[in-house]
Design a binder for this molecule. Structure first.
Ligand SMILES: Cc1cc2nc3c(=O)[nH]c(=O)nc-3n(C[C@H](O)[C@H](O)[C@H](O)COP(=O)(O)OP(=O)(O)OC[C@H]3O[C@@H](n4cnc5c(N)ncnc54)[C@H](O)[C@@H]3O)c2cc1C
Length: 357
């Protein structure tokens, strides 16, 4: 096994910031893992997927592993009307969503067009448009690079919460996710209930039907239509990293106690706050509310602000962007200024969503 040296990471992180990996291994087969363990020799590696939830503020001096494990297989259980899908960690997430829809498997449609790999999806329990990975997750196969052993973690083991899981805890830094197992519905057997109540999803679907001349159709909505609507909304609202470097939402929505949320709403009328589902582990401190971080940032006057090539997107206060030649440090500095201001104005701590190196 020969690690690559001084690999340019500009095309391997969606912010497009300049950084090198001093040593990097392309992981294409699980059989490489024992060799990789010997190469690491106790050092903690950096595990890289698609680089779409990552801000690099320096070169990667730690040994890097670029996960490119491919493969998809499935097993249908006609009795329960479900299908178990096992997917290699290096597969594209959106590629998986598209394939599942083509195969008649239902459950991923709301998560269409999220960039990145399948292996990174459990790390922050990816979510969008009223759905999250945890809704369809069954288990994950992990290789412990410190011990050289395999683990299978169940849904419960993963401790999923809002943009959170056990993989964010320090001891999990040496766990390399090799494959993810999902349990999906079969469209041919009813598939399960679609999630249509998030924001303007229903209106978008209706709009698409009208443009296709199907406006008066009473036919039940299909998962493909949900995905089509989600894709249309995302393309309209979110900057394409191929044109404008970004990592999606840069800050998570703060979750706070109900009393505190109501008192903030008294002081700042219009502040959006939503109850957190009681089974969400992020609500473990009793009844909780999720606040819209984008509203706070916009209210503090940061939308569209630019510091050199680092900026806040002009239409989307939650998205930090690289207008061209921003360094990771400049983007981090801008994020810090925003965090400080939100703390000062609202007394709230804004947590950063992507991994900052
Ligand atoms: C335009 C845009 C829109 C986005 N929209 C959303 C959204 O709607 N919802 C959402 O949740 N996220 C969103 N994201 C964030 C991002 O797409 C997801 O977090 C995605 O899962 C990251 O995948 P990745 O392969 O690029 O991970 P990377 O950025 O490569 O890595 C992210 C983290 O996961 C770890 N990791 C990666 N692969 C593995 C592995 N196989 N084993 C162990 N650890 C691993 C890395 O070490 C790192 O800590 C968006 C990003 C962009 C750019």
């Amino acid at each position: 096994m020969k690690p690559l040296r001084n690999v340019d990471l500009r095309t391997l992180n969606t912010f497009g910031v300049a950084a090198l990996a001093l040593q990097l291994v392309e992981l294409e087969h699980e059989e490489q893992l024992p060799d990789i363990c010997r190469w690491l020799d106790g050092r903690t590696p950096f595990i890289l997927g698609g680089g779409s939830n990552l801000l690099l503020t320096r070169d990667l001096t730690e040994p890097a592993i670029h996960v490119r494990l491919l493969g998809r297989r499935y097993q249908i259980d006609i009795d329960s009307g479900a299908v178990q899908v096992v997917v290699g960690a290096g597969e594209s997430w959106h590629g998986l969503v598209t394939w599942c829809l083509e195969m008649g498997f239902q459950g991923l449609e709301n998560l269409a067009l999220i960039p990145g790999t399948v292996g990174a999806a459990p790390i922050q329990n990816i979510g969008a448009y009223g759905a999250e990975l945890a809704d369809v997750f069954e288990s994950v196969r992990v290789f412990d690079l410190a011990q050289g052993t395999w683990l299978t973690l169940s849904h419960q083991d993963c401790q999923f919460g809002y943009r959170d899981s056990i993989f964010k805890q320090a001891h999990a830094a040496r766990w390399l996710i090799c494959s993810v197992t999902l349990r999906l519905g079969l469209q041919s057997h009813g598939g399960g209930r679609l999630k249509l109540d998030y924001g303007d999803l229903r209106a978008e679907i209706q709009g698409i039907r009208e443009r296709k001349g199907l406006g008066s159709s009473t036919q039940a909505i299909r998962p493909q239509e949900v995905a089509e609507a989600v894709i249309a909304i995302r393309i309209r609202r979110l900057p394409d990293p191929a044109r404008l470097g970004n990592a999606g939402s840069f800050f998570s929505n703060p979750i706070i106690g109900v009393e505190e949320a109501l008192s903030l709403q008294m002081r700042f009328p219009g502040l959006p706050a939503y109850p957190v589902a009681p089974n969400d582990s992020s609500s473990q401190h009793g009844r909780a509310m999720k606040l819209a971080a984008a509203w706070l940032i916009e209210r503090a006057g940061w939308k569209g602000v630019r510091r050199g090539d680092a900026g806040v997107h002009r239409d989307h206060a939650l998205v930090l962007v690289n207008h061209g030649a921003a360094s990771g440090q400049q983007i981090r500095q801008l994020a810090q200024e925003i965090q400080d201001e939100i703390q000062r104005l609202f007394g709230l701590t804004l947590a950063i969503e992507p991994r900052v190196v």
